[in-house]
Design a protein around this ligand. Structure first.
Ligand SMILES: Cc1cc2nc3c(=O)[nH]c(=O)nc-3n(C[C@H](O)[C@H](O)[C@H](O)COP(=O)(O)O)c2cc1C
Length: 364
C-alpha cells in the first residue's frame, strides 16, 4: 500500500444539472460565483484537486456547459493551493494550442494547472461541431499521440514529432510551464485501449466508479503493463459520495435520487454511453456493464459505494487505497455543504485509519 496519503479531487459542476440525472432537489449551481466559493471551501477542506468537464452540447440534461480551460483558469484565480485539472478533448483541441494555452495558465497561477485528456464518447456531439468521429481505438491512438506531443513540447528543446495525427518541426515553446517536468497529465476511460495508453504515457489514470474488486482488476492490469514499459502511473477512481450521520439517511438519499431519476434523459444517455462502452473491441469500456440505476450518476459513481456514515466511507476509502488507488474523485448532491461536511467528518477518519495501517505495517 502506498505510504502517501490518499488524495481527493471533486468534479467541478461547470455544467448545469449537477452530477445526477434526477429531478431531486440539488443545491448545486453551475455558475462561476457558486464555483469560486466551492473551490475555496474545497481547498480549506483538504481537497487537492478540482476536475472540470468538457462538453460541447447537452447530452442528458446538462443543458448549459461552461468551457473547461477558461473555467479552470477562473477557479485558479480564486484559490491559493488547489490544483485544477482541465478536461481537453483531442479533435477540437490540437496539442500545439493546448500546450501553449496551459503553459501560460501555469505561469499565471504559480504552477497549479493539470489536464485530463478525454477521448470522446458522444458521436452526436462530434457531429454537431463538425468533428470527424473516429472509431474507439483510433480515438485512443490519437489521444496517445496528443499526450506524447504535449509532453514533448513541454519538456524538450527543438521538439520534432512525426505521427499519424500530429506533426512538429524544431518547435521551442517559450515560456515552458512552471511545473517541472510538466503539468500532470490525467486521462479518463476504462477500456483496454485506455488502460494500455495509461501504462505507456499518462501520469494518472481516471476511471469510472466500480467495486473494490473491479478497481483492483484494472489497477493490476495497468501496473503490470506499466512496469513492463518502465512507466509509472497513478490511479484515480470516481465515487458519488453520500455521507450522512446514519446509514439509513444516506441510503434514503440514494433511493430518492433514483426514484426521481429523469428516465428519458437517463435512457438517452444510457443508449449513447452503452454504444461508447460496447464500441471498444472487447466491449469493456465505461458503462459496458452499467444498469439503468447506475447510469443515474453518469460516471457510475454509486458503484464505488461511498454511501453511509463517515466511518463506513472512510473504511471503504482505505480499502480502495489498499488495492492501489491513489486518489478518489468525488461528486456530491449539494456540493458546497457536502464538501465541507466531507472535510470535517470523513477526511480526518481517513487520515487516522491511514496512520493506524502505517503503524501496523511498521510493527510487522
Ligand atoms: C473521470 C472521467 C472524466 C471524464 N471527463 C470527460 C469530459 O469532461 N468530457 C468528455 O467528453 N468525456 C469525459 N470522460 C469520458 C472518457 O474520455 C471516455 O470517452 C469514456 O470514459 C469512454 O472511454 P472507454 O471506452 O475507454 O471507457 C471522462 C471519463 C472519466 C473516467
Amino acid at each position: 500500500m502506498s505510504q502517501q496519503p490518499i488524495r481527493f479531487a471533486y468534479w467541478v459542476p461547470n455544467v448545469s444539472g449537477g452530477l445526477v440525472v434526477s429531478k431531486i432537489e440539488q443545491r448545486t449551481h453551475w455558475d462561476i460565483d457558486y464555483n469560486r466559493q466551492l473551490a475555496r471551501i474545497a481547498e480549506d477542506a483538504g481537497f487537492d484537486y478540482a476536475l472540470t468537464q468538457i462538453r460541447f452540447t447537452a447530452g442528458y440534461g446538462a443543458e448549459y456547459q461552461h468551457e473547461s480551460v477558461a473555467f479552470s483558469h477562473a477557479l485558479l484565480g480564486a484559490t491559493e493551493k488547489l490544483k485544477v485539472i482541465a478536461a481537453i478533448l483531442p479533435g477540437p483541441w490540437t496539442p500545439a494550442l493546448a500546450a501553449k494555452q496551459l503553459a501560460t495558465i501555469d505561469q499565471l497561477t504559480g504552477g497549479r494547472i493539470a489536464v485530463n485528456i478525454v477521448s470522446g464518447w458522444f458521436k452526436g456531439e462530434f457531429q454537431a461541431i463538425g468533428e470527424p468521429w473516429l472509431e474507439h481505438d483510433e480515438r485512443y491512438r490519437r489521444s496517445e499521440e496528443f499526450i506524447r506531443a504535449l509532453k514533448g513540447i513541454w519538456t524538450q528543446d527543438n521538439f520534432s514529432f512525426h505521427g499519424d495525427f500530429y506533426r512538429f518541426h524544431d518547435y521551442n515553446l517559450k515560456p515552458r510551464p512552471l511545473q517541472r517536468p510538466n503539468p500532470e497529465i490525467f486521462q479518463g476511460g476504462s477500456s483496454r485501449a485506455a488502460r494500455d495508453m495509461a501504462s505507456r504515457v499518462s501520469d494518472w489514470y481516471f476511471t469510472n466508479g466500480n467495486s473494490v474488486e473491479g478497481i483492483k482488476a484494472q489497477v493490476d492490469d495497468i501496473r503490470e503493463k506499466a512496469a513492463a514499459n518502465g512507466h509509472a502511473v497513478k490511479i484515480g477512481v470516481n465515487a458519488f459520495v453520500i455521507a450522512r450521520n446514519t446509514e439509513e439517511e444516506a441510503r434514503a438519499v440514494l433511493a430518492e435520487i433514483i426514484d426521481k431519476a429523469d428516465p428519458e434523459a437517463v435512457n438517452a444517455f444510457g443508449h449513447a454511453a452503452k454504444q461508447a462502452g460496447a464500441a471498444s473491441p472487447e466491449g469493456e469500456g465505461n458503462w459496458a456493464k452499467s444498469s439503468l440505476e447506475d447510469l443515474v450518476q453518469y460516471n457510475d459513481g454509486f458503484k464505488t459505494n461511498l454511501i453511509g456514515t463517515p466511518q463506513q466511507i472512510a473504511e471503504r476509502i482505505v480499502a480502495l487505497k489498499a488495492v492501489g488507488v491513489d486518489l478518489v474523485l468525488t461528486g456530491f448532491l449539494h456540493f458546497q455543504e457536502e464538501v465541507r461536511y466531507f472535510g470535517e467528518k470523513v477526511l480526518p477518519l481517513v487520515r487516522e485509519l491511514e496512520q493506524k495501517k502505517a503503524r501496523q505495517t511498521e510493527a510487522a
